[in-house]
Write a protein that binds this ligand. Structure first.
Ligand SMILES: Nc1ncnc2c1ncn2[C@@H]1O[C@H](COP(=O)(O)OP(=O)(O)OP(=O)(O)O)[C@@H](O)[C@H]1O
Length: 310
């Protein structure tokens, strides 16, 4: 549906975006992850044709939008990082105002405003001035504005920054619903790893203007060493069981925090059969076995040497 090819944006003193390639298939939720200043907002502005690229192309349904920016504006809804609302208008008046900018006809506009108020959960506050809203409600209305012209693709630039956990959950659930129920394609920008992990099918990680990793969650996590950690909890820890585990050929490391044992083994090895066999031999009762895969946060740290929220 959307393809970004070797996209760059150089300012006088700054190369904000450097040769970015990315694509979105229809119906996907794709995450764009990166710390402050990574180039996410600039990439979004380039895709929405608000800023002209220094080089590269943005293609919508195989057609370059650089020469025909109107095309993407009809299909795309952008939720900007900053709240772009009129504080002295009510929620409904804001939606009506932005709807008129999209030249939506009066009767149709009423239907859409009503539908959007339902989606963002502000039906009962529609007659209140926006200046009386909490940060989370303003963010929800900001999303509503982007939905008015029924876009096929929606780009959200850190829509949950600085809001309470309840509003944040509401927004995440709304994004999920829009994707599942209305088949809206989503590009979701965030520096919250867990949001992207929850929402997105595929992820691009950006740092210093470049895409430094891309793939499904699983593919990105597999960038990390090919190891897994297996945590076993036992009823009573026996030295004999421990020794036998230690002697298994693929166990690279073993640590004990009674009654839990943690083994580090290569990912490709299926060691579970041995764990249970040795437990039986030594009459050890296993309470639980937990296999840990690396988190996206671990991968980011591995790729950049920095925490995502530095
Ligand atoms: N108009 C501009 N002129 C000069 N430099 C700019 C301009 N816009 C962005 N930059 C710089 O380009 C880099 C990327 O900025 P951008 O806003 O795209 O990052 P970001 O990943 O969206 O970060 P944030 O999460 O803080 O918004 C930053 O170093 C920023 O200062």
């Amino acid at each position: 549906m959307l393809e970004v090819v070797e996209l760059s944006k150089h300012y006088k003193n700054k190369k904000a975006v450097k040769g970015v390639n990315l694509y979105l298939e229809k119906g996907e939720t794709v995450g764009l992850l990166g710390p402050n200043g990574a180039g996410k907002s600039t990439t979004i502005s380039l895709i929405s044709s608000l800023v002209n690229p220094t080089s590269g192309d943005v293609r919508l349904k195989n057609e370059s939008i650089l020469r025909n920016p109107e095309k993407i504006r009809n299909i795309l809804g952008v939720v900007p990082q900053d709240i772009a609302l009129y504080m002295d208008l009510t929620a409904k008046e804001n939606l009506e105002f932005f709807g008129r900018i999209h030249r939506i006809k009066k009767k149709e506009l009423q239907r859409r405003v009503d539908e959007v108020l339902d989606i963002i959960g502000l039906q009962d506050r529609k007659k209140d001035l926006v200046k009386t809203f909490s940060g989370g409600m303003k963010r929800r209305l900001n999303i509503g504005v982007a939905l008015l012209h029924e876009p096929e693709l929606i780009i959200m630039d850190e829509p949950t920054v600085g809001i309470d956990p309840q509003s944040r959950n509401y927004i995440l659930e709304t994004v999920k619903r829009l994707n599942v129920e209305k088949n809206i394609t989503v590009l979701y920008t965030s520096h919250y790893m867990e949001e992207v992990e929850y929402l997105c099918d595929r992820i691009y990680i950006m740092d210093h203007g470049e895409v430094i990793a891309a793939g499904t969650k699983e593919e990105i996590k597999s960038i990390l060493s090919a190891e897994q950690s297996i945590a076993i909890k036992v009823e009573i820890l026996k030295g004999e069981y421990l020794q036998l585990l230690q002697a298994l050929p693929n166990v690279k490391n073993i640590s004990v925090q009674d009654p839990a044992i943690t083994l580090i083994v290569p990912k490709k090895v299926n060691i579970l059969k041995d764990l249970f066999k040795l437990a039986e031999e030594t009459k050890t009762n296993i309470i639980s076995v937990h296999i840990e895969t690396p988190t996206l946060e671990d991968v980011f740290l591995h790729l950049t040497g920095r925490q995502l929220r530095d």
